[in-house]
Design a protein around this ligand. Structure first.
Ligand code: NAG
Ligand code: NAG
Ligand code: NAG
Length: 230
């Protein structure tokens, strides 16, 4: 699902109040729900989602689209094992998941029951949901907030959009990841630009209003979104 940049800004501006230096509490909950709207069309957390969408990444599952072929699903399962003590309904897949994670193998061989177990746990098991939350935060929220800190972002709107872009493109430093998108945005800052957000960033030694910067960032990320999604 793609949304117009102005719609994104309007939607989040209506929802957020400006608060602390990092997304937390109510603002973090709101940021997560906004991303759910962009991703799924509703505010719900789809902990029980699991299917092979034939994108070459094996099964895609849970609140952040954790994949068996890229290794992040295996991170969730390991986190879940920590919470259960190690022996649980997912244990039967450990050897295969660890193997596919290590080799980046998108095969679903050996994982026939994986989705039915995932759906059952995802719909009712508090520890399984907690494991998904933890890996989502480690993989996407923490890196996004680290980038936000480096940039000096102060508004919840901008912080939430960094997180959202990370979820959609990956939080990596690669050219199409969050780090690369931030760099591409910053490369466009060649003069001072005022605005009325009440927050001014210093980028390439220029003074730029935070929301003016954010609009440029959203333009960069929406172009990348039109290329094949990750
Ligand atoms: C797995 O990945 C390969 C390329 O790495 C691709 O050709 C193949 O179609 C993928 N298989 C599935 C089931 O997605
Ligand atoms: C991926 O896993 C399948 C099934 O376990 C196996 O047949 C295949 O050789 C593996 N592919 C690679 C590239 O290791
Ligand atoms: C982004 O910029 C940082 C800091 O200059 C650099 O370390 C990193 O390699 C860059 N990443 C990309 C994808 O260009």
């Amino acid at each position: 699902m793609t949304f117009d940049i102005n719609f994104k800004l309007l939607a989040v501006a209506l929802l957020f109040t400006s608060c602390g230096a990092e997304l937390q509490g109510c603002d973090k909950a709101l940021a997560l729900k906004i991303t759910n709207i962009y991703e799924n069309g509703d505010t719900a957390f789809h902990y029980d989602y699991c299917e092979d969408i034939n994108d070459g990444r094996g099964y895609t599952s849970g609140i952040a689209g954790f994949c068996t072929g890229t290794g992040d699903a295996w991170l969730v399962i390991q986190e879940y094992h920590k919470l259960t003590g190690g022996k649980d309904k997912m244990s039967q897949f450990d050897a295969v998941l660890a193997d596919y994670a290590a080799s980046g193998n998108n095969s679903t061989v050996g994982l026939t029951e994986y989705c039915s177990v995932w759906r059952k746990l995802g719909s009712s098991n508090a520890k399984f949901k907690q494991a998904q939350d933890t890996i989502r935060d480690d993989m996407y929220m923490a890196p996004a907030m680290e980038y936000a800190k480096q940039l000096g972002l102060r508004t919840s709107i901008a912080q939430a959009q960094l997180y959202d872009a990370g979820i959609q493109h990956g939080a990596s430093n690669g050219p199409d990841g969050l780090g690369g998108m931030i760099n591409s945005t910053n490369a466009q800052i060649t003069t001072d630009e005022a605005g009325d957000s009440g927050s001014t960033l210093t980028i390439n030694q220029y003074k730029i209003d935070e929301i003016v910067w954010l609009k440029k960032f959203l333009a960069v990320s929406s172009v990348i979104l039109k290329s094949p999604p990750i």
